[in-house]
Each structure stands twice: as C-alpha cells, then as structure tokens.
Write a protein that binds this ligand. Sequence first.
Ligand code: C2E
Ligand code: CA
Ligand code: CA
Length: 537
Amino acid sequence: MEELQKMNEPELVGCFEDALQFDHIYAVYQPQINHSTGRMVGAEALMRWKHPIYGVQMPGDFIPVLEKNNLIYRADLHIFETVCKFQRKCLDQGISIIPISVNMSRYDIYNTNYVEEIEAIRMKYDIPVQYLRLEITESSAIGGLELITRVLRQLHDRGYTVEMDDFGSGYSSLNILKDLDVDVIKLDMAFLAGKIGGRGGTILSSIVQMTKWLGTPVIAEGVETMEQADYMKSTGCNYIQGYLYYKPLSEEEFLVKMMQLDHEPLTPGMHLVKTLDAGKFWDPNSMETLIFNNFVGGAAIFTYDVENHALDILRVNRKYVKELGMNMSEHEIIGKDPWAFHDEKSREKYEKALKRAIEFKDEEMVETWRTFVSDCCGEDRICIRTYLRVIGDAGTQYLFYSMVQNVTAEKKRDIQLAEDEARYKFAFEQANVYAWEYTIATKEMRPCFRCMRDLGLPPLIKNYPEPVIENGVFPLDYADMYRDWHKQLEQGVDYLEAIIPLTVGRVPFHVRYTLEKDENGRPLKAYGSATLVIDEK
Ligand code: C2E
Ligand code: CA
Ligand code: CA
C-alpha cells in the first residue's frame, strides 16, 4: 500500500461520492493481542482511501478535510457498514468472529441520528452487538459534556462497548474518566514516548493502576518494541495494539489471522470489593469524593505488590498532604517511592500490617516513624498512624485504602510522659529534680521523697496548689499563673512549662507539667517536675 500522490481538498471532496459508492474508502484491521497469552482480544478498523489514480491516502491527510466539509459522518458510517458486512460474511461461513472497534469522529456526535443510523446498519446485517465497539476521543468533550454523555448513554442502552481513544493525550485525562462512563481505555504509547522508567513511567503506571481500579480494561496502542510491551505488562496492562505484533492488515490478511489465533474477551485488570462504587469516586460531586476530601481526614489509595514488595501511591486527598505536613503536591507524592520515608524497621512493621489486612480482610492499624527531608526545613521525623483496608486485588497486587493521622505530638508527649513518670519515681536519685503527681479529679498532690525532705512537705497535699502558695514555697508573683495552670490541666492542656523561682532561696527552676488522660481523653493525672536551672556560664 504505497501512497502515490496526496490529493488536495477539492480533489478529495470531488471524489467523495464515488469513493463511497465504489468502496475506494475501505477498512484495514489492526489486531489487539493479549501480550501474556498471545490470544486476540479484538481489532480496530482503520479507514483508508485508495484513489484509482492517486493511490492510497492516509487518514491523517484526508480525515481533516472530510471533517471540515461535514462529510466525515458519512465516511464513518461507511466504515461501520464495511465492518458489519465483513462480520456477516464470516458468520455465514461459520468463522468465529472477534469484536471490531470503529472510530467515531467528534463531529459524528453532532449528528443527532448517528446512533440510530449505526443501529439500523447493525440490524440490517444482524450482527450481535458485542462484536462491535465504538472509539471516541477526549476531544468529543470539547464544547461540553452534555452531547457526548447523551450519545454514550444511547450507545450503552443499545449494548455497545465504548472505548476512550488516545487517553492521556489531553491534560484533562483524569477528569474525563470520571465524567465519561467508558468501558475500555486506550493509551497511546506515542504520548508516553521516552518517558518509560522515569517519572513519566510512574505517572503512566498510576494511570493504568487507576483505570484498573475503575474496573476498566486498558489497551496500549502504538506499541512498537518488546521493551514497551513488557513495560506495559509490568504496570498491569496486557492488551497491546501496535506494530510489534501487527501493522494494520488488509481484510484478507486479517481474516487469516483471526482464524489462526485463539480469541479471548477483554477483562478488567482488577477485581473490586463489591461495596465500592469506583465510578462515583471520580465524580467531583459524589458523596464518595466529598467524603474522601472532607470528612475522612488524611487518606490515600495505593497498591501493594506482595511479590516485589512495591508500594505505589495512586491518589491522596488534600488532608493527607496536610496531615503529613509535607511541602509537596499530590503529583509529587505520587511520583515518589513511599518506602523512601521508612527505615528498615518501620518498613518491616508496615508490611506486616499490610499482610495482616490482606489475610484477615479487615482494617488494620499501624504506627510508624518516617523521616522527611526537605530543602527548606531540613530533616523531620514524624509518627504516622495508618488504618489500612484492602479494596481490590489483581494477582499479587492489592489495592489499599488508607487513612492517616499524624500522631507525632501525641507520641512525643507519651515519651515525655514516660520520662516524667520515671522522673517522679526516681526523683530522689537525682540531685536537682523535684517531682510530684497531681490528681485532677481530687486536686490532690503527692510529692516525691526529695520534696518531702528538702521542702518539708507532707506525703499528701489537698486542694493543691493553695497550701504551697500559703506556706511560701511558691512565690506569690507566680501564684495566679500557677493556679491557672491547674485550671488548664483540668481542661485538658497536655503540656505546660515555665521558669519559676522556687524554695525559700527563690532559685530558678524549670517547672513542667505533663498531662495523662484516660482512654476517653479525659484528664487524669498531671506529672509535675521542677529542675534546677544551672547557669552554664
Ligand atoms: P487512531 O484511532 O489513534 O488509530 C491508531 C493509529 O495508530 C493508526 O493510524 C494506526 O495505523 C497507527 N498505529 C498502530 N500501531 C502503531 C505503531 O506501533 N506505531 C505507530 N507509529 N503507529 C501505529 P492511521 O491508520 O494512520 O490512523 C490515524 C488516525 O486517523 C486514527 O488514529 C484515527 O484518529 C483516524 N481514523 C482512522 N480511521 C478512522 C475512521 O474510520 N474514522 C475516523 N473518524 N477516524 C479514523
Ligand atoms: Ca482509534
Ligand atoms: Ca488511538
């Protein structure tokens, strides 16, 4: 099929009627193959125009002309009919057929009768609807979603499979997915050329992951090398249409291939837990999205591969970014290896929790410390409590929903609490520390051994702190502040500290309080300590 001479616009328009009538406009077929099994899953019909004198014309040259002259819908219907004729011929000969995709121009959707017309053709040839698929492009949504949504509904009502062609070419890709309820997604390698392995690869793999999560099969198009095919396979996309397997074939060549190869249906890569409506998740107005962004706190969707231990973050909500206090966008978070923040011990702990969640199909909780390094703030260690739940699986891969809480402050307080408790218990062993225990409910204070010995305090002081203010151990200038501290503790303030001159000598002490709460978060006890401030000079 050699292009002899490109036809110009008047020539194309002038020859159009003849081209339809004499089948100068016809279809070639490019098989779609499952890279893992070698079986055929479908084919795409691609339009060609062979002029008796000028030779074969390529769609890139004549389709824009047909679009401009409002002729494309008739050419598209002609290809649809050509495909139906071919399928009918095969069926009549008892040949087992395969679904064939036909392209729809975005101008076809402006033709309100389009769906009716293809239906009439399909009926004429009596082709079961599952053997015909329609390809639409993101550009169909230009100028509003209403029209394309209506056409999509009409097609679905009649049982057609609709494919999103050239997915990833526009930058609104991810949004279009949630708006348009398509059944198959076609990713074009050309849009991803040169990006394999790097961040582009990560983004590509998360597109595939997300589409899997939507329960939508993905076909990679324009695959020319084994490296590309294997890469797509590694991201979980097994369906390939490209020169690596076949260039577009003439009808006769295609027929031979269709008879030679085994067939299999397209299936989504991921099985979702039944309670989850993934479609809604991408709908910005759905309850799911509202919940994801506003109510659940920090949340993320990620995959975990039990075989190679890989974690891949697919989506995080706004609160996730905030909770982790990271100076990164969702995009940047998705592009990073999540394990980079964990040391070996916490990674082990986290993976154990993932495996428990998989095994018991239940929510699991795990707390791990992570280290973040940023240009502006240097290194920071934070403790994250994560609740994990499996929401889907595909082979060795599991899809997780996780909620995160930054519990660093709580943990640091626990550490401080433990230290203060210890300090209280062993105060008498330390030279410069006084410690006491204050019970919130009863306002009772129990001093350490040293307090009793050096300050002459009784083992139990009621209505604390009044007696120590009265007896002068506590300076009057600070009395109101100190009274207020006890009110604050009662109200649940976790931590207080100040430098206060104490004892008869009015020596500066570093006075601290750490609050202990019960499991309902109510204040229980406060541990007080006073450490002599030693002048370092
Ligand atoms: P498309 O729908 O994205 O079709 C895929 C194009 O990629 C085809 O180009 C195909 O030959 C080419 N291709 C497939 N595998 C490879 C590969 O491994 N490497 C490379 N470099 N290319 C590969 P083609 O046939 O030239 O069609 C171009 C475009 O014209 C199509 O892109 C589609 O947008 C349009 N088109 C084709 N047939 C029709 C039709 O019947 N109706 C309408 N409205 N548009 C059509
Ligand atoms: Ca296409
Ligand atoms: Ca395409």
